[in-house]
Design a protein around this ligand. Structure first.
Ligand code: FAD
Length: 158
């Protein structure tokens, strides 16, 4: 059993997300609203697919400018924008903020912190992770800045 961010208990394996209309079209689920996910979603607008993008955040982050945020050159809000902004004029594109927990390939379902969603096609575009090259001490004491909040932390102390 998983407790989601709204503090309600749901079983993500049995609770189907029903806020997305059933369509006659095939459903493509894209996990990750980064460079790759957004590019694909833009390519698919107006096509005969129902495109559902999931991201654990409701905003896109322009990572190449993290350094400027970390060194107080830019406000965090200058390098991020709501993912829904990209989607709002397109009937076949949907965005939902949720975190992918697991993929049930046999059942063609993504299991998220808000419940499960079925797909016809699945694209995992969740980016990468920080490489520490096996240096556990470095991992313990340093801050990765692959997300805006960590960038904001630096912004706050610099
Ligand atoms: C500081 C910095 C500087 C960089 N500078 C450059 C540069 O100058 N030029 C260049 O070409 N590249 C640069 N890069 C690299 C570039 O930003 C990445 O290659 C690019 O963002 C990768 O795109 P992506 O779509 O694969 O992943 P990302 O852009 O990382 O997007 C992944 C998305 O997936 C979401 N996500 C992750 N896990 C989950 C989950 N479990 N459930 C739901 N959502 C999830 C995240 O919230 C995120 O929105 C830089 C990166 C950094 C960190």
């Amino acid at each position: 059993m998983k407790t989601n961010k709204n503090h309600t208990s749901i079983d993500p394996f049995t609770h189907e997300i029903d806020s997305i209309p059933k369509a006659a079209y095939q459903r493509i689920v894209i996990v990750g609203g980064g460079f790759a996910g957004l590019r694909l979603a833009r390519e698919l607008k107006g096509t005969d697919y129902q495109v559902v993008m999931l991201d654990k955040n409701n905003y896109h982050q322009f990572q190449p400018l993290f350094y400027q945020v970390a060194t107080s050159g830019l406000e965090p809000s200058a390098i991020s924008f709501p993912i829904r902004k990209v989607f709002k004029k397109h009937d076949n594109l949907f965005f939902r903020m949720m975190e992918l927990l697991e993929v049930d390939t046999a059942g063609k379902r993504v299991i998220t912190d808000k419940g499960f969603l079925t797909y016809d096609h699945l694209v995992l575009a969740m980016g990468g992770d920080t490489a520490y090259f096996g240096m556990k001490n470095v991992q313990k004491i340093c801050y990765a800045h692959e997300d805006r909040f960590r960038g904001t932390f630096f912004y706050g102390i610099s």
